[in-house]
Design a protein around this ligand. Structure first.
Ligand SMILES: C[S@@+](CC[C@H](N)C(=O)[O-])C[C@H]1O[C@@H](n2cnc3c(N)ncnc32)[C@H](O)[C@@H]1O
Length: 418
């Protein structure tokens, strides 16, 4: 018998879950996503379920199942590890004509839970029609493949569905194409026009359909300030012509990315705009070299600084005295060419000459390179090694934690490879 698939609208409707272990921990959050009113019956429950009860998101009766517990339910989930209890719950539900799912015996269930997930406004559910022999990993694998296809745009039903409008300013992450967010990738796949930056994850552009217009904003002439005006104008004019525009940027759009300028330009022209946050290189690039920007007992704060102008330059608004006097981690962007002046300033205001420094170029990309040095020597090391932008400079004792991690990693890898 083939099952009949339905999407249950559970908002405000009672769902009774009996059992509080691993299965219930997976089911309950999905039921809450559907705004169900969840009653959980179990003497003991997993910590995540206890947290949901403490937060008032579910009602938890801390006791064993009793006849009558399923009264008033629209759906019942029997998830204990005791088949006799599950069977009693199922018979009660059957008698009162309520749909029920038994976690331990698909053949004795009135309904089956599909492997499900969501990509933008599409909910995907995959159900094996042979619950006895069907491998749940097969359904989950298929579900993942479909979701991946929808998210990357490889699977789409462009004609016949509502097309998004306006502009999406998308943070693409530090460079590795796997570090863009799911939403960023979905919106990119929907775009008619993509304006991309030099540091955006460009390999994602290969996945776009042939009819998508790609504009390389890094190649717009007129110099920096003018180029931004032209980018804003291009975003507005394409959107006003009815195209959905993705503005793909490196890192996070609002971290030294002029993303807010683009948002304001769109809104001033009456163009709808959305922003998708990204993994900023300020945190993602150090992590890719095992440098934690904070570490208990080592650094309680971190400062992210743009060094696009040198200390002492009249356009600089950075308080180098404060940074020199603090013990927090410094994460310096656009600093490679001005590192000598930065080091002098930090030494002048109190940082020690042997403060560890890490310089990570092309972070998260196959060409990533890291050099470790000290505040006193970093300028000459960068010159010797020929390090070029884009690079992140991290100053502080957290660099030593990376050294410890790297050493242990080497040890573990050696053990595993014999
Ligand atoms: C104009 S800022 C843009 C920052 C971006 N919005 C973000 O959140 O990462 C450009 C600077 O970010 C840093 N950067 C960006 N991507 C990088 C990468 N993959 N490796 C090293 N540094 C990177 C460099 O310091 C570069 O000069």
């Amino acid at each position: 018998m083939d099952p009949y698939l339905l999407g249950l609208r559970l908002e405000g409707r009672r769902v009774v879950v009996v059992g509080g272990g691993a299965v219930a921990s997976r089911r309950v959050p999905a039921l809450l996503d559907a705004s169900a009113e969840v009653l959980l019956v179990s003497p003991k429950v997993a910590a995540s379920l206890e947290d949901l009860a403490a937060a008032g998101r579910i009602r938890w009766e801390a006791r064993g199942y009793r006849p009558g517990d399923t009264a008033g339910a629209w759906l019942v989930c029997a998830c204990t590890d005791d088949p006799a209890v599950n069977s009693a719950v199922a018979s009660a539900a059957e008698q009162q004509r309520t749909w029920y799912v038994r976690a331990d015996d698909a053949g004795a269930s009135a309904a089956w839970t599909p492997a499900s997930g969501q990509a933008a406004d599409v909910r995907v559910a995959v159900l094996s029609v042979d619950p006895k022999r069907g491998d749940p990993r097969h359904s989950a694998g298929l579900r993942d493949a479909i979701l991946d296809g929808l998210r990357s745009g490889a699977l789409s039903a462009r004609h016949g569905r509502k097309h998004p409008a306006g502009v999406a300013i998308i943070g693409g992450g530090p460079g590795d194409p796997g570090l863009i967010t799911v939403r960023g990738r979905q919106l990119l796949a929907e775009a008619d026009v993509v304006l991309t930056d030099r540091l955006a994850p460009r390999s994602l552009l290969d996945e776009l359909r042939d009819d998508v217009e790609i504009i390389d904003a890094g190649k717009i002439p007129y110099g920096r300030a003018m180029a931004q005006e032209h980018i804003n104008a291009a975003l507005v004019s394409h959107a006003q012509a009815g195209r959905f525009v993705a503005r793909l940027k490196g890192g996070d759009p609002f971290v030294f990315g002029r993303g807010a300028e683009e948002v304001l330009a769109c809104l001033r022209a009456g163009v709808p705009v959305t922003v998708v946050p990204g993994v900023t290189s300020a945190v993602g690039v150090p992590a890719s070299a095992w440098v934690p920007v904070t570490h208990r007992g080592v650094a309680q704060e971190f400062h992210v600084v743009s060094v696009h102008v040198a200390p002492g330059d009249e356009r600089s608004t950075v308080n180098w005295e404060l940074l020199g006097g603090s013990s927090g981690t410094l994460v310096l962007l656009m600093a490679v060419e001005r590192i000598g002046a930065v080091a002098d300033e930090l030494l002048r205001y109190g940082r020690s000459p042997d403060t560890p420094v890490s310089v990570i170029a092309d972070g998260t990309l196959p060409t990533q390179r890291t050099i470790n040095s000290t505040l006193e020597q970093v300028e000459s090391r960068i010159a010797e090694e020929g390090i070029r932008p884009p690079a992140i400079v991290v100053v502080g004792n957290v660099v030593n934690v990376a050294a410890e991690i790297t050493e242990l990693m080497r040890h573990v890898t050696a053990l595993r490879t014999g």
